[in-house]
Design a protein around this ligand. Structure first.
Ligand code: HH2
Length: 277
């Protein structure tokens, strides 16, 4: 299965991709404030590339439970020097984690090849911006908004509802001109979901894979891992993350969004080798 982003094409049948996270934010749940300074963000992105990241996902708006939106101009103020600082890394595939079409457009002009939209085209201008740039597009499911999404998540059947939502948003993106081969789908682990909902989505990820698009999963250091491990803080969730990554790969995930790239690379290499055996 080929995934296209800009002029790049990844063969996902060959191997899964590791997307390294760089949060240019003061308040992200696991690394808030560490990479708000542009120099620190650029250095961290370079370090993650050296560890083997296939893509770097740059975001300027935390979407942790309870967080408030960051205005597009402020997002771009944070991101602009980081994209400029990484402009020399011509081989690196950069993704912009934003729900704003304005921010996406500027990032694409500054060299991004992927838009990671946790709002699944909530901004009506987003699909056209992505289509125009022939960029890759990650479409994620979320119930509610970050401000309130963990108050009372509820589904009749989380897996079929998430799959139906993602299929509909992918169809809308294609109608607006985004190439089918540019789209990846993401169940949105932790976005308006209880621990049980997250586990069901990972255990039955095959239902999303069956939609025919590559599946992206973001489990890294997330709250459900902490809850299952007796209240562990984000910094102590590496092995829990590794277990969730292995399960995600076993169930068909082909892109993994992670903070700890070197560790994830090991886990994914082993999980893939076993899946192929
Ligand atoms: N998770 C987060 C942010 N963006 N994008 C996709 N496609 N999938 C995810 O699971 C996902 C995402 C949350 O993680 P993080 O960026 O580390 O935290 P914060 O939102 O607090 O910045």
């Amino acid at each position: 299965m080929i995934w296209r982003c800009g002029e790049r094409a990844f063969d996902l049948a060959e191997r899964s991709l590791i997307m390294g996270v760089v949060n240019v934010t003061p308040d992200s749940f696991s690394d808030g404030g560490r990479f708000l300074e542009p120099d620190a963000a650029v250095a961290h992105a370079r370090a993650l590339l050296a560890e083997g990241a296939d893509l770097i996902d740059l975001g300027a708006e935390s979407t942790r439970p309870g967080s408030a939106p960051v205005p597009p101009e402020e997002q771009w103020q944070r991101l602009r020097p980081v994209f400029e600082g990484l402009a020399a890394e011509t081989g690196a595939v950069l993704s912009v984690d934003t729900a704003s079409a304005l921010v996406a457009q500027r990032a694409l002009a500054a060299g991004a090849r992927v838009v990671n939209d946790v709002s699944a085209l909530g901004d009506p201008a987003m699909a056209a911006v992505v289509a125009e740039a022939r960029a890759g597009l990650a479409i994620m499911h979320m119930q509610g908004t970050p401000a309130t999404m963990q108050a009372a998540p509820g589904y009749t059947d989380v897996v079929t509802e998430v799959a139906a939502f993602l299929a509909a948003r992918a169809a809308a993106a294609e109608e607006a001109g985004v190439a089918r081969a540019a789209i990846v789908l993401d169940p949105g682990i932790g976005f308006g979901k209880t621990v049980a909902h997250n586990l069901a989505l990972l255990a039955r990820l095959d239902a999303l894979v069956d939609l025919g698009y590559p599946v992206l999963v973001g489990v890294s250091r997330k709250g459900f891992i902490g809850q299952l491990l007796g209240g562990r803080p984000p910094a102590d969730r590496l092995l829990g993350t590794a277990a969730a990554l292995a399960a995600a790969v076993a169930h068909g995930a082909r892109l993994l969004r992670v903070h700890d790239v070197a560790a994830a690379r090991d886990v994914v290499t082993l999980a893939e080798a076993i899946a192929r055996a």
